[in-house]
Ligand binder design. Structure first.
Ligand code: NAG
Ligand code: NAG
Ligand code: NAG
Ligand code: NAG
Ligand code: NAG
Length: 534
């Protein structure tokens, strides 16, 4: 149990008794875990889990737009970057580049000076470029929190009124990044963009092509004969989804889901998150009672900003770029848990929701019970003595719960070399897996106690009580987990459609501009839209 004591020691010394008291349930002595104890409302294990599993994917970033996590990474030699503009010059100041030419050619047109032609640059990385990635919808320059994490790094404070001060932000980020040799900053736009600090450092211009405008937007008035009109991107109102054609949106679909943008290689073991309670304890109270949509870094104490910037600087030190010591493939450790449970929990949810109280629900209850038993099969110890038709105390089932909770993530000897970020991720995985185990074990134990599998006749009131309890337990678990895998178009889209979550500045077809999702920071709903322009 050396590993366990290492972990406990880290928890105890992680800058704070705070972690231990605030996240009191992040107690790794699993032997003491009980079926009745759920994570504290201030525990951020679920947010850290979702953040890590969402890195470099578009769908979750557009749902929860306010990023909290900063990760160093590299763009390998040979990566292509694109930039579009109105003149044939290579930028001499920090500027945007896109990983997808669908995005850069669109902007190429927007910056065209004669509305007929524009210049498109293709750059090749000649060495690996050092980048810093901001998660969330970090390319969206909007009030509401999408760029809080960038402000903290660039300015050491959040300037809520200055959300649109883009050239100053990027140039200050680059000035700050010089000491660490940072070449650029990665943000989610439609797809990913790289804000490059110096177009001549480590990059070669592969081509500068004079291109025809990629689109000819026609005014509503068809007798109009002049040059194509450049529609002003009025973000607040939105523009039709196919205003410029759909290439850019289709490109964004490619990175919507795991593994997302594979051309950027992140060093997760150097990740810094404002959801880390030991790093930013002042945010616990500003988040309290807030839906995740409204989580912001605004409100963080100056002390925590200094600590966070110090941690980021530590993680960017020259010797830290040499590679992962533990050798653990963190993305796959997270993805495995999602793969294992996302569909199963959803199926349980649908089955529980499919009953009609007027009919005999025992067949469906049996079916749900068999699913639960299947999920727990690897942990259903021979020694466990179920108390059938007991007084429903379920304590007999706790060994099953603890076996399930201990099974993932595994303790590995590489833990001796874990970085703070790796401990954070390990603790998040452990808490999230433990909570799934707790709820499914509790539900399964209900079924065992009512002998759901064998008894043919049940008294309906008891069965309905179990049903209600199951629904409550599963609803609570699924809203705590809040996996974006469950945010989907239902019914599924047709073959020539795509499931679309709003992308600025495009308006969802048929949506009322006055109820714009960006302004109101509501939970955006996905819609099926045609892959063809009208
Ligand atoms: C916004 O930027 C201006 C200068 O561009 C500065 O004077 C002002 O203090 C900034 N706002 C905040 C809240 O810092
Ligand atoms: C950009 O990089 C080139 C090549 O390393 C260097 O010569 C130049 O001084 C840099 N420009 C700035 C503004 O730092
Ligand atoms: C259409 O455009 C023409 C030329 O610009 C203009 O004379 C005419 O009034 C416009 N018609 C409408 C209905 O806007
Ligand atoms: C959670 O945080 C809030 C705000 O700081 C605090 O009032 C509350 O006591 C905390 N709850 C627990 C269970 O720690
Ligand atoms: C749950 O059941 C209700 C009533 O039958 C139905 O309207 C709703 O769409 C169902 N929800 C899901 C997610 O299937």
């Amino acid at each position: 149990m050396i590993i366990l004591s290492l972990l406990l020691r880290w928890l105890a010394t992680a800058k704070a008794g705070q972690l231990v008291t605030q996240n009191a349930d992040a107690d790794f002595n699993i032997e003491s875990w009980s079926l009745d104890v759920h994570p504290s409302p201030n525990n951020t294990a679920n947010f850290i889990f979702n953040t890590v599993h969402s890195l470099l994917t578009g769908w979750p970033g557009r749902r929860y737009r306010n990023g909290h996590t900063i990760v160093p990474g590299i763009l390998p030699a040979g990566t292509l970057l694109y930039h579009g503009r109105g003149d044939p010059h290579v930028p001499e100041t920090p500027e945007w580049t896109a990983l997808d030419s669908e995005l850069s050619t669109l902007y190429c047109g927007l910056f065209s000076e004669d509305h007929q032609g524009c210049w498109h640059l293709t750059l090749v990385a000649e060495r690996s470029l050092k980048v810093l990635y901001f998660d969330g919808y970090s390319g969206l320059k909007f009030p509401g929190g999408t760029i809080d994490s960038q402000d903290v790094v660039a300015w050491g404070k959040i300037e809520p009124d200055n959300y649109s001060e883009e050239p100053r932000r990027i140039s200050d980020l680059c000035n700050w990044g010089k000491q660490f040799g940072i070449d650029g900053f990665v943000r989610l736009h439609t797809s990913y963009e790289v804000m490059l600090c110096n177009f001549s450092a480590g990059l070669r211009v592969d081509s500068i092509l004079h291109l025809k405008m990629p689109y000819v937007p026609q005014p509503a008035n068809s007798s109009f004969q002049g040059p194509p009109i450049r529609p002003p991107p009025k973000m607040e109102v939105g523009i039709p989804l196919d205003a410029f054609g759909l290439e850019e949106i289709l490109a964004s679909k490619r990175i919507d889901e795991y593994p997302g943008e594979v051309r950027i290689q992140l060093d997760l073991h150097r990740l810094v998150s404002f959801y880390d309670i030991s790093l930013a304890p002042s945010l616990v109270s500003t988040r309290f009672g807030q839906h995740r949509l409204r989580h912001r870094i605004l409100g963080i104490s100056q002390e925590d900003i200094i600590a966070a910037k110090e941690r980021i600087a530590d993680e960017l030190a020259a010797e830290k770029w040499t590679g992962l010591v533990s050798g653990i493939d963190w993305p796959s450790w997270f993805h495995t848990l999602v793969q294992r449970y996302a569909d199963r929990l959803e199926l349980l949810y649908l089955d529980l929701n499919s009953t009609d109280c007027a009919e005999d629900i025992s067949p469906i209850m049996r079916r749900i019970f068999v699913q639960l038993r299947g999920m727990l099969q690897p942990y259903n110890l021979f020694s466990v003595q179920p108390k059938i038709k007991s007084n429903h105390e379920k304590f007999w089932a706790e060994p099953v719960y603890r076996t399930c909770a201990k099974a993932y993530p595994p303790f590995v000897s590489a833990q001796a070399t874990f970085t703070p970020a790796e401990w954070l991720m390990f603790s998040s995985l452990s808490t999230v897996n433990g909570e799934i185990c707790r709820v499914i074990t509790k539900m399964w134990a209900d079924g065992v106690e009512y002998d759901l599998e064998n008894t043919q006749t049940h008294d309906m009131p008891s069965l309905l009580r179990v049903h209600t309890q199951w629904k409550q337990d599963l609803d609570a678990l699924m809203s705590w987990l809040d996996w974006t895998e469950w945010l989907k178009c239902a019914p599924a889209c047709n073959f020539d459609e795509m499931c679309y979550l709003p992308i600025s500045p495009y308006r969802v077809p048929g949506a009322d501009p006055a109820e714009d999702w960006i302004i109101q920071a509501r939970d955006p709903r996905p819609t099926c839209v045609s892959k063809h322009s009208r």
